[in-house]
Design a protein around this ligand. Structure first.
Ligand SMILES: [Zn+2]
Length: 59
């Protein structure tokens, strides 16, 4: 039997502050939706807007 390759895909969420344009990436978590506001900005009092959700395949 041949050894099957085990590939792992991890989803990441990219978000941008609607106030200071600070960009942050973190691991995707349930409930993340593109163009929804996610959390408070760590750099100012603005809100982070989710701009992209993408998967990274690691092998
Ligand atoms: Zn900000």
């Amino acid at each position: 039997m041949s050894k099957s390759k085990n590939t792992l895909s991890t989803c990441y969420t990219s978000m941008e502050c609607n106030s200071c344009k600070f960009i942050k990436k973190r691991k995707f978590s349930n409930g993340d939706v593109v163009f929804s506001t996610s959390e408070d900005c760590s750099e100012c009092d603005g809100k982070m807007l989710i701009t992209k959700i993408f998967g990274v395949i690691m092998d």
